[in-house]
Design a protein. Structure first.
Length: 205
């Protein structure tokens, strides 16, 4: 099994984003941007997610200086009750997030930025997330695992937190952290065919 002729670089440390791209047939290199996310401020969750994704993508592009590489930057932000729930830094913040979110819904915005040479496209995908009416004990147990720390809204849908999300409206992958359908559209805008990014695979005999 070989590699795609096009080098794909994921400008994110998220294991979930990497796993999603691998499952979709890609084999990206991971280069963490190291940018200070707190340096970007906005009261609009969708705009904030897009700005953060663009900042990550541009930082990695400047570091690599490889005009032939397709660079993908993403960041997720949860809009909740006319505000933004950030990434909990500790157990206290994560618990407080869940006590607000339980039994309610929010909108998870994931900004996507793709760059090839000097060409760049930015777009945000949005998915409504309905949270289960979990108990205090369930919240405490979940927070104790450490999973909800440093992720948007203090939850995941592809791990232990999946039991606490009772439904979504929109793209499931977007809640994981990267919308594969939107990514295909952005790659097409760059003039690339999505199947060209797939890793060559041997078909079963």
């Amino acid at each position: 099994m070989g590699r795609s002729p096009i080098r794909v670089v994921l400008a994110s440390a998220s294991p979930a984003r990497l796993a999603t791209l691998v499952a979709a047939g890609l084999d990206p290199d991971v280069v963490v941007s190291g940018v200070d996310e707190k340096s970007v401020q906005s009261t609009d969750a969708a705009n904030l997610a897009a700005a953060l994704a663009q900042m990550k993508c541009r930082a990695v592009a400047a570091e690599l200086a490889d005009p032939e590489a397709l660079i993908i930057g993403c960041d997720s932000v949860l809009a909740f009750e006319n505000g933004i729930l950030g990434k909990p830094e500790n157990a206290r913040e994560a618990g407080a997030c869940w006590r607000r979110m339980r039994g309610r819904s929010g909108v998870l915005h994931t900004g996507h930025c793709v760059r090839l040479g000097q060409r760049e496209f930015v777009e945000t995908a949005s998915t409504v997330v309905y949270f289960a009416d979990v108990t205090d004990d369930e919240i405490d147990a979940y927070v104790a695992t450490g999973e909800p720390l440093r992720v948007a809204g203090g939850f995941t849908i592809d791990g232990l937190g999946s039991a606490f999300v009772r439904g979504i409206e929109g793209d499931h992958h977007n809640v994981v952290g990267i919308s594969v359908p939107l990514l295909r559209e952005l790659v097409s805008d760059l003039g690339l065919a999505w199947p060209d990014l797939w890793i060559p695979r041997s078909l079963p005999q």
